[in-house]
Structure formats: structure tokens, C-alpha cells
Design a protein around this ligand. Structure first.
Ligand code: ATP
Length: 237
């Protein structure tokens, strides 16, 4: 589904990513864990076409080279990016936020749009209850749900989530992660970026550990959960 080869990104003189290689197969939940500043957000932005990559980097999505493709084209190929910090539209209602998620999709019919809104309301019943409410008036967990639902309104094949647990209470994080599994079970592929390694690895099929712009470890979610280095560095053991 998605292949990243030799991905390197600089911000001026700062080397954010040195040489990232990763692969995500259809129907998998793959997580990229790492501490603050390791390069997780930069990896997602590079995949989405939002930051410039160094020569030699290659990103392939559904068999097509998207390394130099514009971000809007990548979205329309079926890649949705739910950014860190949610970035919902606070003054727009829940329904309007969902509608914004489908904007610009020329293939979207009215019937498919309505079906997608209903899918979001089934997946996130609280959004249905609050559909007229301003996005900014929702709780943190609800805003995260809205950000994910808005990302699903593009009808993507792959959903990339940047730190969905950020700033949320443990009980709310559990709800969000159960929903991520449900979204995968609906047929989506998931790339999940997380600082909260324990929850991310517990639902992931596979994971990669990112340290100062390099992948240092990889394995199944279970393998990484019991790995002594991961335990020491990321699981507080
Ligand atoms: P966080 O969890 O804090 O978002 P991260 O793992 O996502 O961390 P990145 O945000 O990708 O890490 O940052 C990787 C490196 O690039 C860090 O050293 C960061 O300071 C640097 N960096 C990120 N954005 C910029 C920028 N716009 N200009 C300069 N340096 C940047």
C-alpha cells in the first residue's frame, strides 16, 4: 500500500530525517513510535507531500511514485492525514467540519457523501448527538473523534494519524484506540504516529522505532512491547 525508501528531510541545516525505510501493507495498523523531536511528524508530512524531501527519497503509494506529487493530489489518491493537535475548524459545526473533509473531491456524489456522514455518525455516535454544535465547544476526545471522522470523509484507503492520544485522559485514549481498530476492520489501512508507545503497540500489527531521524528497531507490535530496549526507553520499565 505504502512504501517509504531512503526518506531524508532537512530543515535548513537541521537534519530532521536521515534515512527512513518503512512499508505498510493493506489492512495493517503500523505504528511509528519515538520521543519528542524524533521526526515522527516530519515523516508524515513528507509522505503527504507537505515538506520537501532530499534527493534520493522515494515514496510509493498504491504502486505509484508520489515523491514529487502535490499534497492535494495525494489526498485524492486515497491518503488522509489527521494532523497533530486535531486542527478542526472551531467555529464550524460538527456537520460542517465533516463536510469540509469531503471538499474538493470531484468524484464524490451526493449519495456517497450522505452515506459517509452516516458512517461517521455510526462510528462516532457522540458526533451525531452534537452535529449542530461548534467544533470548538467539544471536549478534547470529541474533537479528536471529529478530526478522525473528517479525515474519513475523503473515503481514503490509508489514514495517517499524528498522535491521536495527545492531551487526552487514559479512558478517552482507550476509546479512541478501540475506534482505530474498528476503522481498520472497516477495511482501512492505518499509519499511527505515537509518543504513547504502550497503547500504540498494543493495537499495532507492526511497529517502527524512530530515534533522531533514523529507524532503530522494527517488529510486530507484540515483539516491540516485550523488547527490553523499548521497555526501558518508551514503556517506563
Ligand atoms: P513531536 O512529537 O514533538 O511532534 P516529532 O517526533 O514529531 O516530535 P518532528 O516534529 O518531526 O518530531 O521534528 C524532528 C526534528 O526537526 C526536531 O529536531 C525538530 O526540532 C525539527 N523541526 C521540526 N519542524 C521544524 C521546522 N519547521 N524548522 C526547523 N526545525 C524543525
Amino acid at each position: 500500500m505504502l512504501k517509504v525508501e531512503n526518506l531524508a528531510v532537512n530543515y535548513g541545516y537541521i537534519i530532521a530525517l536521515s534515512n527512513i525505510n518503512l512499508e505498510i501493507n493493506k489492512g495493517e495498523i503500523v505504528t511509528l513510535i519515538g520521543s519528542n523531536g524524533a521526526g515522527k511528524t516530519t515523516t508524515l508530512m513528507a509522505i503527504s507531500g507537505l515538506v520537501e524531501k532530499r534527493p534520493g527519497s522515494k515514496i510509493t503509494f498504491k504502486g505509484q511514485d508520489i515523491t514529487k506529487m502535490a499534497p492535494n493530489k495525494i489526498v485524492h489518491m486515497g491518503m488522509s492525514h489527521v494532523p497533530e493537535g486535531r486542527k478542526i475548524f472551531p467555529a464550524l459545526s460538527v456537520y460542517e467540519n465533516l463536510r469540509a473533509g469531503a471538499l474538493g473531491n470531484k468524484k464524490m456524489t451526493k449519495a456517497r457523501f450522505e452515506e459517509l456522514v452516516e458512517e461517521q455518525y455510526t462510528l462516532f455516535p457522540r458526533l451525531k448527538e452534537r452535529y449542530k454544535q461548534a467544533g470548538g465547544s467539544l471536549s478534547g476526545g470529541e474533537q479528536q473523534m471529529l478530526a478522525i471522522a473528517r479525515g474519513l470523509m475523503m473515503d481514503p484507503d490509508i489514514v495517517m494519524l499524528d498522535e491521536p492520544s495527545l492531551g487526552l485522559a487514559p479512558i478517552v485514549i482507550e476509546d479512541i484506540f478501540e475506534l482505530i481498530v474498528k476503522i481498520r476492520d472497516m477495511g482501512k489501512t492505518i499509519l499511527l504516529i505515537e509518543q504513547n508507545a504502550s497503547v500504540a503497540l498494543s493495537i499495532a500489527d507492526r511497529g517502527y522505532v524512530l530515534e533522531t531521524g533514523n529507524i532503530t528497531l522494527q517488529g510486530t507490535g507484540q515483539e516491540l512491547l516485550v523488547n527490553p530496549e523499548v521497555k526501558k526507553a518508551y514503556l517506563g520499565a
